[in-house]
Design a protein around this ligand. Sequence first.
Ligand SMILES: Nc1nc2c(ncn2[C@@H]2O[C@H](COP(=O)(O)OP(=O)(O)OP(=O)(O)O)[C@@H](O)[C@H]2O)c(=O)[nH]1
Ligand SMILES: [Mg+2]
Length: 447
Amino acid sequence: MFSPDDTIVAIATPPGRGGLGVVRISGPASQSVAGAILDRAQALEPRHATLARVRGIDEVIATLFVAPHSYTGQDVVEISAHGSPVVLRAIVEAAMTAGARLAAPGEFTLRAYLNARLDLVQAEAVGDLIDAATPLQARTAFDQLEGTLTRRISDVDASLFDVVARLEASLDFPDEGYHFIEPREIHAALSGVAAQIEGLLADAKRGRMVRDGAHVVIAGRANVGKSSLFNALAGHDRAIVTTVPGTTRDLVSERIDVGGLAVTLVDTAGLRPTEDVVEREGVERARRATSIATLILVVLDRSEPLREDDWVVLEATKDRSRIIVANKGDRAAEWSRDILSGGSIPVSASTGVGIEQLRQEIVNALTSREELRDPPAISNARHIALLGRTLAHLESAADAAAIGVETPEEFLLTDLQQARALLEEITGRRTTDDLLQHIFERFCVGK
Ligand SMILES: Nc1nc2c(ncn2[C@@H]2O[C@H](COP(=O)(O)OP(=O)(O)OP(=O)(O)O)[C@@H](O)[C@H]2O)c(=O)[nH]1
Ligand SMILES: [Mg+2]
């Protein structure tokens, strides 16, 4: 895919102006590229921040990391300059003139993986850590970067390896009719491994929710206070609020942190029949957004009798994951919350009363548990899917072993070898170029 023998260069800090900006160079020619662009007689000393000049461009601090003791496992030179996009680009161009080529997205981390500085789970965690929008997402990614998931997967694999080795030994001495491991023992061992995997997968739903976040869509008839609620949850006046029904015409969305979860909150047009072409398109968009929502907040106006349009929304969302919000609680109530089966949360979007409780309800509805402090062990859909398939092979082997002494070892071994191959796909001991490309192209350039 990419040649790891090239020397690559990229700006490692985010686009835009900043106090400092960093240009990173990695590859066999890093030292000579640095030598060519830095106005210095002596070579850089490893791991010494050295004041130098990039001719005609800037005064910088350059640091050399000699292979294999660097992020990528190759010779790396990091140049900290003033954080101007113009300065940083000029340094990159100077490095390219000196023989480096521009790095592809994620290419530094790809090299770290290819040089076994990180396994694939850890490399993916680097991407997650950079993308983290909530502290819990960051902690989850950092745990995986530290190797917690990798260790649990190698524990599973070690237990499997033990069973496989003994089955293979039985196969090697077929004539003796001797089992190095009895079927009952195999069954017990495999059930133990399956339980380890189930333990990991128990966290999967919460993990995916933490990593990928959720779409929470606010729906309801016109003028009930959807946009007001949206603003109250977002913490600022993002959506237009007026006394006129039909104010919101388009979807308005905002990423917010609800108790550690990254939530994309979506405000929609009030659902009502209308002749207005623009509003009708808005209502159509509201329906589409609602149909793909993880959770729907159905907003009702407590200060007015429920209308036909309210019942339509209630009926349409009755089989979905939803929270009914009884808004305008600061006014005299026109209906009792008892008339709704399943309960509702009383709030006032205007005064903010009840909003904290609503946040808590959103967290509960999304995770089905109140505890969100601990980072989940597993969160990436790729890992979860592979682990699910591993479990299926183990269960199939365990079932076969339970049948009794007559089960041929080859039969069990096929399943177990497939299970081990799947584990190797998770950690990246076994991968394809396509998979690597798919994973690393999501990274930013410079990481
Ligand atoms: N008293 C009171 N008024 C509210 C409350 N929430 C919203 N309102 C008022 O209700 C009116 C409609 O509010 P919006 O937030 O625009 O309602 P909406 O559901 O987004 O309306 P559309 O976009 O037209 O569907 C405005 O005049 C708000 O000030 C509340 O909690 N208490
Ligand atoms: Mg609105």
